[in-house]
Write a protein of this length. Structure first.
Ligand SMILES: Cc1cc2nc3c(=O)[nH]c(=O)nc-3n(C[C@H](O)[C@H](O)[C@H](O)COP(=O)(O)O)c2cc1C
Length: 238
């Protein structure tokens, strides 16, 4: 079984691709209401990197897994660098193989997004890497293939701490007049933090900063402070 967490579809696609190539099933970990059994199975964990770390719901999910799997692997998707995220995740749930796959950057709150050419090229390269990952999972090879980048310790510890403490506020979210009251943002939010009041989204406190609400809004009506106003939007689209 392959469990994934995904805000804008990159990690979902990776999980589904590996599942189809390894004759397995990909399941959204947010939808798992009961703790799944992992005994005697191949278990995959697929997720996006947030500030050189694994997102909080991924850490919470793997901590709950108990049992004796046959083989475990983790794949993180990231714009560029994973830092020590995979190594740290192994401390919570031992992984036989760890990979990072470069995918289009979705962090519209933090920076401009990539051009279409870059997006298409990253997805094409990821497709090649997925074939290799699937073959290695099938033959249960232990592999470490992670681009941790420079200054990984500082990024995965100090910068990650700063992100989780200071950058996850929902206060800067707002909706513009382009909102059509379609409720898509509330449906897409993995933290279930968005309620629709008088036809418009309102954010409560809990937020993973997955950017699904901003990036998937069909009307591009959601902003986060001033930072996102002039920026494009991204979600995975094969
Ligand atoms: C809050 C946040 C933090 C991010 N931090 C990093 C990072 O530290 N390094 C990186 O290479 N990409 C980073 N990214 C980019 C995502 O990891 C990347 O776009 C990922 O493939 C998104 O996956 P998803 O579509 O499954 O949500 C970040 C994205 C978000 C939303």
């Amino acid at each position: 079984m392959i469990y994934y967490f995904s805000g804008t579809g990159n990690s979902k696609w990776i999980a589904e691709q590996i599942a189809s190539k390894t004759d397995d099933i990909a399941v959204d970990m947010i939808e798992c209401s009961t703790v799944p059994s992992i005994d005697n199975q191949t278990i995959g964990i697929v997720f996006p990197i947030y500030a050189w770390g694994a997102p909080e719901p991924v850490q919470d999910f793997v901590k709950k897994l108990v049992g004796k799997p046959n083989f475990t692997f983790g794949v993180c998707t990231c714009g560029a660098e994973a830092g020590y995220a995979m190594k740290k995740l192994c401390g919570l749930f031992p992984l036989n193989s760890i990979y990072s796959v470069a995918m289009p950057n979705n962090y519209v709150i933090g920076s401009d997004l990539e051009s279409n050419e870059v997006i298409v090229s990253k997805i094409a390269k990821a497709q090649e890497k997925l074939k290799k990952i699937a073959d290695q999972v099938i033959s249960a090879q232990s592999v470490v293939d992670v681009n941790k980048g420079k200054l990984a310790w500082i990024k995965s510890n100090l910068a990650n701490l700063g992100f989780n403490k200071f950058a996850r506020s929902t206060k800067p979210f707002y909706v513009t007049g382009k909102c059509t009251s379609c409720r898509q943002c509330a449906k897409d939010c993995p933290a279930k933090t968005i309620s629709i009041i008088d036809g418009k989204p309102q954010w409560s406190k809990k937020c993973y900063q997955c950017t699904a609400c901003i990036n998937l809004c069909p009307a591009k009506a959601i902003e986060y402070g001033k930072a996102t106003c002039a920026r494009s939007r991204y979600h995975f689209n094969e």
